[in-house]
Ligand binder design. Structure first.
Ligand SMILES: [Zn+2]
Ligand SMILES: [Zn+2]
Length: 345
């Protein structure tokens, strides 16, 4: 969509402040990194959805995830916005559209006097059985992340990675395969991908994953039979985990919790597993390159699909992506927003 002559360019009404991206005529922030009066939240990862805002607009799923993580926040004014529904905040029309990243994840489309900016949050283009697929929304400015904004980051097909895992399980029936996976999104996607690949046995999960797996289930995502990977006797390996698949947050695998697993094959599901050194540093024997973020090619394809003449780049590797976008004829700008970390990548 080309802005009409009179439409105010988003650079005149969007400000980058220490709290995050601020929409002046709407009086709200998108994914602020500090508590603010009014926020529009793209998704439930803790670096985007923080606690303590006065008013929050987000998808019903994101609101449910925030409640699961932060409690009910009784004083908070909450506005559930389904995909495609419009809400007027101040002088701005806000709508949310699927981002394909985790359950309930959305791109925030902001329209003001005929000009339109889409803040995509985190997104990916691969099919994911646990969330709605990314929808390109035509706009004047497209705001993109750049987590994997380097040409070395090309994620393989998920099915190949799952096949690698299942081959290893078949090869080492006496061992337990423990997969490090972030609690929101990655863990549920791994389970769903295993089910798609025909793994019907119970999957064991660390206690820290239980709430969000329940929440996904309550939202209609079928995860099959899950069992708690509860603590046995300290230091005693639990034989019933032999030949089984266990999921745990990456931090749990490194600590004492991991010691009760019988001869574990330590796996990690992350886009960073493309970097061998990272896998080695974390003691990962079987790296699985499975990411909930767009890879290099998907980032560039998405710019073409959205068709915005101008791309603003938020967190991640801005430089290379800015060059590549410019080379493709886009006007590109790095916003250098701070405060967004690595959860769920
Ligand atoms: Zn995220
Ligand atoms: Zn992010």
């Amino acid at each position: 969509m080309a802005a009409s002559i009179s439409a105010p360019h988003p650079q005149t009404w969007i400000e980058i402040r220490p709290q995050g991206m601020y929409c002046v005529p709407g009086g709200f922030y998108v994914d602020p990194v500090r508590p603010v009066d009014r926020a529009v939240i793209t998704h439930g990862h803790s670096d985007h959805a923080r606690a303590g805002h006065g008013a929050v607009a987000a998808t019903p799923e994101t609101l449910a995830i925030m409640t699961a993580r932060y409690g009910a926040e009784p004083e908070q004014d909450r506005q559930a916005l389904r995909y495609g529904e419009a809400l007027t905040i101040g002088e701005v029309t806000v709508s949310l559209h699927p981002a394909g990243h985790v359950l309930g994840s959305a791109q925030a489309c902001l329209e003001y006097r005929g000009a339109r900016i889409v803040v995509s949050g985190d997104y990916k283009r691969r099919s994911d059985p646990t969330c709605a697929p990314f929808e390109p929304v035509p706009c004047d400015v497209f705001v993109t992340e750049a987590t994997f904004g380097l040409p070395v980051f090309r994620h393989p097909d998920d099915r190949e990675e799952i096949a690698k895992l299942l081959d290893s399980v078949a090869l080492f029936p006496e061992r337990c395969h423990v997969i490090g996976a972030y609690a929101l999104g990655k863990a549920q996607r791994m389970i769903a991908l295993l089910r798609q690949a025909g793994w019907e046995r119970p999957i064991y999960i660390h206690g820290a994953l239980q709430n969000l797996c329940d929440l996904y289930r309550d939202h209609g995502i079928d995860l099959g039979e899950l069992r708690p990977a509860t603590a046995g006797q300290k230091g005693v390996a639990r034989d019933e985990f032999k030949g089984e698949i266990v999921l745990a947050p990456p931090s749990a695998i490194a600590d004492r919790w991991g010691r009760r697993l019988p001869d574990p094959v330590v796996c990690m599901a992350s886009g960073w597993m493309r970097v061998r050194q990272r896998a080695r540093q974390r003691g990962v024997e079987l790296p699985l390159i499975i990411s909930d973020h767009a890879d290099w090619d998907e980032l560039l394809e998405t710019f073409d699909d959205v068709g915005a003449p101008e791309i603003w780049i938020t967190h991640g590797r801005e430089e290379a992506l800015m060059h590549a976008a410019s080379a493709r004829g886009y006007k590109a700008r790095a916003l250098a927003l701070v405060g967004y970390e690595e959860e769920g990548q």
